[in-house]
Design a protein. Structure first.
Ligand code: ASP
Length: 459
């Protein structure tokens, strides 16, 4: 049923120029009926907030599992009555708390029946997507907006990558914008359909991408990403106490920061917003009056920062440096190519490749490497014939800021702060875009590095 207040406002608005705001609510915002009542208030407080994307329910209590994790476990063991009961209870509690008359067990049974004959990959994608699917149906019914299934327009190619052009066409075909203007829409996040007609999910945290896609497809003027923090912090709050929250940062900075470990937004959130230059506003469902952080294409007038300032200090542990040493490596053509081929063969993502005259270091993500550690080392021995190979773990810390571009002395401040904290830099890398400086340090020095750099730039 349409909310009468919204209906009245809608009748007064011309459809073509209607300004729409896309809102995505994350797992903690959808964790229980109390949180969902908060998001209903947020939606109703502005008649332009009519394109809603939801995550599946996250944890209600610390010891809970996220619904997506439970569904993935269920895909591995579809007969597990323990998991089925937990999922059923969590959803039924939400439904009852909102005063709806839905019998959740019937929805769950139907999904299990539908997935019965699927192969493991299809089953796992399909079941994982149901948390968002059910949540969107519940919210749509509760607020009287139209439920639009993501599988009707979000298109993946056969390699599992988003096909944005096709997605935009599909959205036009089904009249997504018109539906949003007329009825308001609720779309489940996290998944779409591939060219073979199978449900496919994004990687974890992917509802943020769905939010951007919906914002793009309905030509929203703004995408508000409602989460459980009041904006984008300059450093991880688990490492730095009460870090500064940025009022405004750029999409390029946030893209780099997310890729490097700032986990507020999925790194693929930004691409769909580029065509129309749609800004993102990161805000807190539990503190809705806080303006949060605006993420924009370009820093506007009056938002300029001090030259040389830093926006985000992100980072991750779990990287590996493989250092190959060989006398007379430099004149040998094809050494780097052979080393990279080994990584490609095992599906290992290379981060960057610093080197010296007779050494080459390959910095890479550790998780896939560890699965094939010995085979990779053997193959490098065989194809590159180095004099020695050293392998050890490192953490990468990334200092991000568009205001660092063309400002002399920023790296000096970064390395100076690290030197004062007694930290040795193992690798250092700055791309020609000059928007980020990446530092590799021993894992035990990771947190101290983040704190030292933060202290230098937050003063
Ligand atoms: N529910 C999915 C996850 O837990 C997607 C999301 O919340 O963004 O990763």
């Amino acid at each position: 049923m349409q909310n009468p207040r919204t209906l009245k406002i809608l009748k007064a608005l011309p459809m073509k120029n209607e300004k729409l705001i896309a809102c995505k609510f994350g797992g903690t915002s959808c964790g229980n009926a109390r949180q969902i009542k908060k998001i209903v208030r947020i939606i109703r407080s502005d008649p332009r907030r009519r394109c809603i994307v939801v995550s599946g329910p996250g944890k209600e209590h610390k010891r809970d599992k996220k619904i997506t994790d439970l569904l993935l476990a269920l895909a591995e063991d579809p007969g597990s009555s323990g998991i089925i009961d937990i999922i059923s209870l969590r959803f039924q509690k939400i439904i009852d708390g909102l005063g709806l008359k839905i019998r959740f067990q019937e929805w769950l049974d139907e999904a299990l029946r539908e997935s019965e004959l699927m192969g493991q990959e299809d089953k796992s994608n399909f079941l994982a997507s149901r948390g968002e699917y059910w949540m969107a149906k519940i919210l749509a019914e509760h607020i009287g907006f139209e439920f639009v299934d993501a599988e009707e327009f979000i298109a993946f190619d056969r390699y599992g990558k988003l096909n944005l052009k096709r997605t935009e066409k599909n959205a036009n075909r089904i009249g997504l914008r018109e539906k949003a203007v007329k009825n308001g829409i609720v779309v489940p996040g996290f998944y779409g359909k591939n060219s073979a007609g199978k449900i496919r999910t994004f990687s974890r945290g992917g509802s943020n991408i769905s939010g951007s896609i919906v914002a793009d497809c309905v030509e929203a003027v703004l995408y508000i990403n409602w989460t459980d923090v009041s904006g984008v912090a300059m450093a991880d709050p688990r490492i730095v106490k009460n870090p500064r929250i940025a009022a405004v940062i750029t999409r390029a900075e946030m893209g780099e920061g997310s890729y490097r470990g700032a986990d507020v937004l999925h790194p693929e959130t930004f691409e769909p917003l580029r065509r129309l230059d749609i800004p993102i506003n990161v805000r807190n469902t539990n503190d809705p009056d806080n303006p949060g952080t605006m993420i924009v294409g370009k820093i506007g007038r009056g938002q300029e920062r001090v030259p040389g300032s830093v926006s985000i200090i992100a980072g991750k542990t779990g990287f590996i440096v493989i250092t190959l040493a060989k006398a007379d490596m430099n004149p040998e053509i094809g050494f780097l190519l052979r080393a990279c081929r080994v990584m490609k063969k095992f599906g290992v993502n290379i981060d960057h490749v610093p080197g010296g005259i007779n050494t080459l270091s390959i910095v890479l993500e550790g998780n896939i490497f560890e699965k094939h550690r010995q085979e990779i080392i053997n193959r490098l021995q065989k194809t590159c014939k180095p004099d020695s190979i050293d392998v050890h773990k490192i953490a990468l810390v990334c200092v991000v800021g568009v205001s660092m571009i063309s400002v002399p002395g920023v790296t000096n401040r970064v390395t100076g702060a690290m030197a004062n904290a007694g930290i040795n830099i193992e690798v250092i890398n700055q791309g020609s875009s000059q928007i980020s400086i990446i530092l590799g340090v021993r894992e035990k020095n990771y947190k101290t590095t983040v704190r030292a750099i933060y202290a230098e730039f937050a003063k």
